[in-house]
Design a binder for this molecule. Sequence first.
Ligand SMILES: [Zn+2]
Length: 609
Amino acid sequence: MPSMYAIAHKRLYASFICALVLSLAACDARAAAPELRPCFSFHAFDHLHNYGRQAEAAAASGVTVIYATGLGSDGYTGLPSSEIWEAHRQDSRDYVSHARSLGIQAVLGYLCATSMVGLDTFDDHWSPELRDALHSSPALWRQQDSEGNVLSSWYGGEYHPACMNHPDWRTYQKYMVAAQIDTGHDGIFFDNPTVHPKGCFCPYCMKEFVSFLRAENVQPEEDSVEAMRRYAMDHPMYFKRFRCTIARNFLAVMREHARTLNPDVVVTANNSLNHRDVLFSQCHRYAYNLYEMSKAEDFVVIEDMSAQPRVLADGVTMECAPTYAQLHAIIHRVPLVAVTIAENDYHTPPNLVRLAMCEAAAHKTGYMLWSTWPEEQRGRMASMVRPCADWLRTNAALLNDAAPRRDVLVFLPFRHWVETEKCAVTGMAGALTAANLPYEVVSEERFDEELKKSTVLLLEGREVCNETERGQVEQFVAGGGRVVEAKGEDWLSPLKEAVGILSLKVQAPETVRAVVRDAGNHTVVFLYNLHVERLSSFEDRVTPAEQVIVEVLVPFKTVKSVTLSSADETVVSGPVAFSLMETESGVRVRCDVPKLYIGALLVIDKGEE
Ligand SMILES: [Zn+2]
């Protein structure tokens, strides 16, 4: 489901009385685009329910990018009277300046990509210029079903879903983008870029559907609105795919517009994915298609993943690493940012936040915090989060510049979403993560290129490959590559056999994960321990992993040193003892970590050769 926090916030904002406007100058224009790389940047939502404008808590936690409301609430209610509008604009400017003065580097403004709230009053306060630019009543901007009836919102009440293809809605949204940028925001976060499960068949969508088909060399006999609605109903595969391009095209238009106002502005969206199993099914429901949307985003935000890493009371382990691996395969190499939650609670206890930050960092993903805590928790939460943020930032270059180790390449043909709601690779990736078997996922976009750099390929089955890919697989096998199909219960054993000598061996409790990354002169092993239980919104319990033994193959012949570092207070950072083994496939380094609390890095430095 789309995020609901905007609604809660709207209520809050309605009762918000503008503070005395400070006579601060408008924010200085940014000199460059915001830093978005994981660990260099740290993100936070600054508002939730009764906790608005939490830039201070965010800054105290080490956050560098915040997601503020800005003028977002005015955007989805259709603008207030001109005096209030001006006051809100000034207020927004002041808040952005204030956030910057706290050390926040970038402030994104919120806009809802589809919601209109209160149609009766939506256009009451438009300026003559805005009215001139718009040619129809907001009631006509709504998404429509296959009969042309307007669709009501999944939120109910006063909410109405506008169509992202409607030219007047786009004009209105461009106006709001300009207002957010003019008040100092560094970018836009679009919430709910969704298409109704029963839509949208409005005349503008039908026109776009014709263009979509033409680009695929499909020419319907007739292209009237009525004919195209029938065509869409008779050709659900085409229509499903078309729906998934609506948000992408909308975001592309908004970004292009925003860049004419400030070339450094960044645009992102709520890409949903709030459950690890919905990568394919969310394309069918609200047309959240990450492969398409990410083409028009400067970075991808995954909001409220329910698989917050942890151990549940019944011993079940939750984790996001398999999801991150799949996402990196499909988002066209833009940065990835994720926020995780447990038990539908927007408050996450501090050790669990630190664990989620480590898990994300290990998988080249930036973490996003809800820095929206009750006052009595703010100091404690920030003081627990901050050391982890600082530690990750210290190691950011080390982590970002190194490439993931790959014993196995997993093929995820994303195009299959249209045929099934279940992504088989989700389960495969989960098993590989749990086994600490180094792997990477690739989509159809870079399949051949990445296959050429691999030795073992894992497929759901050979039938997922198209003709071209089958040829590429044949060549791969002819060159000595091994192919394993993830069929039946135990495909992991034949896979390990195909790999032969695994480049990583971990002896540890099964909650421990090790992620290897290689750069020219060093190999990094990121260790983290999932054994943290959530006791309440602000309490958790860490069970340290003892006697962790890591054995890792390194791509060099001599080792100068192995250094352990961690943000965990009880861990002494510094050089650690190691032993070397010469094997057929190279040098293996063995290290013992007597106790692993939440996260630690082993950095293996190359010696003189
Ligand atoms: Zn439409």
